[in-house]
Design a protein around this ligand. Structure first.
Ligand code: GLN
Length: 436
């Protein structure tokens, strides 16, 4: 444990680490994405606007982990308010990929996946609005699950998109997902959207058939294709019936998601005006609207500003029907496309990301739409509120991990958890070589 701060200097997986690294008396250690409130540590959501914010309460997911004997050792670096695919929009250190520090950990739960890959037996809480658990799990070569929307209470989560946000788990050990998903799951009177479904856990339900939508394979890299294809062979040898299918509607999920997520985000961010939460040190001699504008201009990052503009525009009278209302209709079609497949099949199977973790110099040259497009496989299940799991399934020529994503119907986490454990016994996972 003594080397944790040193490790963090190199990899920046924590935006904040506890001063008290005493582990005696605790059953396990965990970390949490920095958009989950915690009593004993600052919660800043990767944003300068929340600097100094010390919540007076724990998020339910953190509270339940502590009650199960866990010690929260740090808050994980993340893209500002969850806006991003590479964690490069983090104001407090950009997490570096454990397999190659010149590359991204993915986003927006990049720090959570980085900690899961670097620390033995570690479990971290992540949050997925549009794929932000599966993406970093895939880039960092670990297991990540974002359960059904409503499975885990969102109380204490600093909202990005309330109708989309799902809290989940990341670890290098799939058994930890099985162990801890029931811990954080369940009805919470403090979150009316949390549900009282029976606890998830392996009850013998297996994935016996999986459908691969052919559209998913159109824009993937050569390395991803070859790892994915050899994984299909492994799946067949495990007795999974794999078939090709068509889900033409999936391509509309990504644009609809960015309209809906930005719309919700733009209202959620309206509360950060320098009067409550975090920084409140603007120039008080200004008129109130100038005060708000100067404060928000100074402390929100570029991507947050872009989402505010996009979301406000999509919700404006005159444009609302064309964008926001239409995106809601697309969402229903995406849900029914999945339901149709699930009528004859247990899971939808795709690569998680279309490429392995890119280098930071490559990311800096990407236009915003290019990086949004990278989410085209991880966004659809999130838009549909369905559970999604990413498992490592290969390595490219440079040794960077590649991930495979399985999506099941609402509330069908059990077969995903069983699959993760079965997969670990047939797939040879590599751990990063770490030199602090
Ligand atoms: N990349 C997506 C976005 O920027 C996903 C983010 C997320 O799931 N938090 O919106």
């Amino acid at each position: 444990m003594a080397s944790l701060p040193k490790l963090n200097e190199k990899y920046s997986m924590f935006s904040c680490i506890t001063d008290d690294l005493e582990t005696k008396g605790f059953r396990f250690l965990f970390s949490a994405k920095d958009n989950l409130t915690s009593k004993d540590m600052e919660t800043r959501c990767g944003s300068r606007i929340l600097e100094g914010y010390r919540p007076v309460f724990d998020a339910t997911a953190i509270d339940r982990m502590r009650k199960a004997g866990g010690k929260l050792i740090g808050k994980n670096s993340m893209d500002e308010f969850g806006f991003g695919t590479f964690s490069t929009n983090s104001a407090f250190g950009v997490p570096k990929n454990p397999f190659d520090p010149e590359r991204s950990c993915g986003g927006s739960s990049g720090g959570s996946a980085c900690a899961a890959a670097l620390i033995d037996g570690h479990i971290s809480l992540g949050v997925s609005t549009g794929g932000s658990i599966c993406c970093p799990a895939s880039f960092c070569g670990v297991y990540g699950i974002a359960p059904t929307y409503g499975r885990v209470s969102r109380y204490g989560l600093i909202d990005y998109g309330n109708s989309l946000d799902k809290i989940g788990l990341i670890s290098s050990d799939p058994n930890k997902l099985t162990e801890f998903l029931p811990v954080i799951s369940g009805k919470d009177p403090k979150d009316p959207t949390s549900c009282a479904q029976p606890e998830p856990g392996p009850k013998g339900r297996k994935i016996r058939s999986a459908a691969v939508p052919k559209e998913a394979l159109e824009s993937i890299s050569k390395d991803v294709r070859s790892s994915f294809e050899s994984s299909l062979e492994t799946l067949k040898s495990m007795g999974v019936d794999v078939k090709l299918t068509e889900m033409p509607f999936l391509k509309y999920a990504m644009p609809a998601y960015y309209v809906l997520a930005s719309s919700e985000a733009s209202t959620n961010l309206a509360r950060y005006v320098g009067m409550r939460y975090g920084r409140q040190d603007g120039d008080l001699t200004l008129k109130f609207d100038d005060y708000f504008a100067s404060f928000r201009s100074e402390y929100f990052g570029d991507e947050a500003k872009r989402r505010i503009l996009l979301g406000t525009y999509a919700r404006m009278a005159g444009f609302r029907d064309r964008y926001y209302a239409k995106a809601l209709k697309v969402r229903l079609h995406v849900i029914s496309s999945y339901k149709k497949v699930f009528a004859g099949c247990d899971a939808v199977l795709t690569p998680t990301m279309p490429f392995a973790a890119p280098r930071f110099d490559e990311i800096s040259k990407m236009a915003p739409v290019e990086s949004y497009s990278a989410d085209y496989l991880t966004v659809p299940p999130n838009l549909a509120g369905m559970p999604q799991l990413s498992v490592p399934c290969g390595y490219d020529g440079g040794g960077m991990p590649i991930g495979m994503q399985l999506v099941t119907d609402h509330w069908a986490e059990d077969p995903l958890l069983t699959f993760a454990a079965d997969w670990e016994s047939v797939f040879e996972t590599r751990r990063p070589e770490v030199s602090p």
